[in-house]
Design a protein around this ligand. Structure first.
Ligand SMILES: Nc1ncnc2c1ncn2[C@@H]1O[C@H](COP(=O)(O)OP(=O)(O)O)[C@@H](O)[C@H]1O
Ligand SMILES: [Mg+2]
Length: 242
């Protein structure tokens, strides 16, 4: 069963000695090795590192989309590394919103229908139309993904993740393919999720210029966490230059 810690002394997220290996024929790829860090509830966190550092692997493990081979991944007092696949499904559905680099929208559903897909599977969901208005797409409710720009599609995918009112919002290179102004707009929405809604927002990026906006920056290199920085005064996204 799940192990419950003494919650008041624990951080909201605690990853301890987490390792993940991929086996490709004869060779073993070490994707995460002895990863350790903590995250407090409601923080905006950036996981920073170059390509191949193990960031997506870590994010997928945090989101219950993949499982580690060793170590603990404690979310709100529960070690999700020990959950059954059924329990992990509930965790993914109820607690986690995921924003993918390439949006992963359903091509033959409209913007509104894509968001409804997420809102319909949870209690306490937000209203799909209202969220699409919030991300500036109130006038594009009935457009299909192919009729929207990259930035607009990414905002639909954020609306979809946010519609579930998730405790944890995980974003893998959410601005990776966006132009500068659109990227800033997307980051503002994500920062507001943490500041205004109290969600814990974790953004994976290779772009060091984004680090100043985060409450906490987790530096990854060669499959492991090299250092963790806490920003007492994160920068406003409007002031950010990258
Ligand atoms: N499903 C997989 N099968 C085999 N190797 C993988 C798989 N996913 C990731 N890897 C490998 O694990 C390492 C870390 O990958 P990843 O977590 O995607 O890094 P990042 O997101 O920082 O670019 C890389 O060497 C990558 O090739
Ligand atoms: Mg990646």
């Amino acid at each position: 069963m799940v192990s419950k810690g003494s919650k008041q002394f624990m951080a909201y997220i605690e990853v301890r000695h987490s390792s993940k290996y991929y086996h490709m024929g004869e060779t073993t790829i070490v994707a995460n090795e002895n990863v350790n860090f903590e995250i407090e509830k409601g923080e905006l966190v950036i996981i920073l590192g170059s390509s191949g550092a193990g960031k997506s692997t870590l994010l997928n493990i945090l989101g219950g989309m993949d499982t580690n081979d060793e170590g603990e991944v404690i979310i709100d007092g529960v070690n999700i590394a020990e959950l059954s696949s059924h329990q992990l499904t509930n965790y993914r559905r109820d607690d986690v919103g995921f924003v993918f680099q390439f949006y992963n929208l359903v091509a033959n559903l409209t913007a509104k229908e894509n968001v409804e897909l997420a809102s319909e599977i949870v209690r306490d969901a937000m209203d799909p139309e209202e969220i699409l208005w919030q991300v500036g797409l109130g006038h594009r409710l009935n457009n299909f993904p192919a009729q929207l720009s990259g930035g607009e599609q990414q905002r639909v995918s954020i609306a979809r993740a946010v519609a579930k009112n998730p405790k944890i919002l995980l974003c893998d290179e959410p601005t990776g393919v966006l132009d500068y102004q659109t990227g800033k707009h997307v980051l503002q929405i994500l920062q507001d999720m943490s500041r205004k809604q109290g969600a814990t927002v974790i953004i994976v990026t290779h772009n060091t210029a984004l680090a100043p906006i985060a409450d906490r920056v987790i530096h990854m290199r060669d499959a492991t966490v090299k250092s963790v920085e806490v920003n007492p005064e994160p920068q406003d996204i409007a002031m950010l230059e990258y």
